[in-house]
Design a protein around this ligand. Structure first.
Ligand code: FAD
Ligand code: FES
Length: 261
């Protein structure tokens, strides 16, 4: 069971924490309160035990099992924080805050939902696909070594791209969208260069698109201003700053001003 520490930080039991593929782990947590509230595209803050790692690590909601109250998270080992998480065992606990941020709108009416994930931007697409109604075309890109593909196949047609061509289409997801002329309402999550490409694709073909930004974060809940991004505005400057952790991480593609724009 979860034991509430304060408004939204909870101590959660680790149900399992297993290697899925090279450097990629799935952690399942028992946290019914978070699971009941969470939406696809939102994230949780995971806190390290190591006292030198004060900042939480944001990890997206991958899948929600409301019957069991289980939250599924998939994370890649990137540095010391995620490496520490990979050493945790079933039966232990971890401090979690969430759900945080604003997720995807799952009420969108569209003939085709075009779901685009890149690398660690792929996990949030599982719960999104589960909740979206209608036809789903799912395009997921990896450097190599794809994962989650079979789980995504339960919800729609899945296409895989890899940078090295070791699986699926050789190239990136945006090249694949162009090659197949895929059209629909786009939901994307992945590294910034991919999101810039998706934004340009949506603009070129006048498609609705929601982008989940992978900004580096400090607090993860709106207090430190460490995650601001430029959002288009009618003011003199042409933009305002918004916090990715609180106002996002999901934004309408039309309003995001990437720093290279
Ligand atoms: C809203 C949100 C949701 C996320 N969801 C997931 C998820 O579901 N699964 C997952 O594996 N990762 C996810 N991430 C990224 C994850 O938070 C970072 O990989 C993690 O915090 C790194 O911590 P660390 O201590 O292991 O590495 P650090 O030592 O902090 O960093 C190691 C390397 O990772 C890079 N890095 C750290 N944070 C980010 C980031 N936000 N974006 C891009 N590069 C980063 C650093 O620049 C550095 O090169 C998400 C990030 C955000 C902002
Ligand atoms: S991470 Fe602190 S305000 Fe967004």
């Amino acid at each position: 069971m979860c034991e509430t520490m304060n408004k939204s930080r909870t101590v959660c039991k680790i149900i399992s924490n297993e290697l899925l593929t090279d450097q990629i782990f799935e952690m399942i947590l028992e946290c019914p309160e978070i699971v009941n509230e969470a939406k696809p595209g939102q994230f949780v803050n995971l806190y390290c035990r190591h006292l030198g790692r004060l900042l939480p690590r944001p990890i997206s909601v991958c899948e929600l099992n409301k019957d069991k109250g289980h939250l599924h998270l998939i994370y890649a080992i990137m540095g010391n924080g995620t490496k520490e998480f990979s050493t945790y065992n079933a039966g232990e606990t971890i401090d979690v805050m969430g759900p945080l941020g604003n997720g995807y709108n799952t009420d969108t009416v569209s003939d085709i939902h075009l779901i685009v994930g890149g690398g660690v931007g792929t996990p949030p697409m599982v719960e999104l696909c589960k909740q979206l109604k209608g036809r789903k075309i799912i395009v997921v890109g990896f450097r190599d070594n794809p994962y989650l593909v079979n789980r995504l196949k339960e919800y729609g047609e899945v296409y895989v791209t890899t940078d090295d061509g070791s699986a699926g289409f050789k190239g990136n997801v945006v090249e694949f969208l162009e090659k197949k002329s895929l059209k629909g309402s786009i939901y994307a999550c992945g590294p910034t260069p991919m999101l810039i490409g998706v934004q340009a694709y949506a603009d070129k073909y006048n498609l609705d698109a929601s982008l989940s930004l992978e900004e580096r974060m400090g607090c993860g809940f709106g207090a430190c201003v460490g995650c601001v991004t430029k959002i288009a505005s009618n003011n003199d400057a042409g933009f305002i700053y918004k916090k990715v952790c609180k106002d996002g991480p999901v934004f309408n593609a039309k309003e995001v001003l990437f720093s290279c724009n």
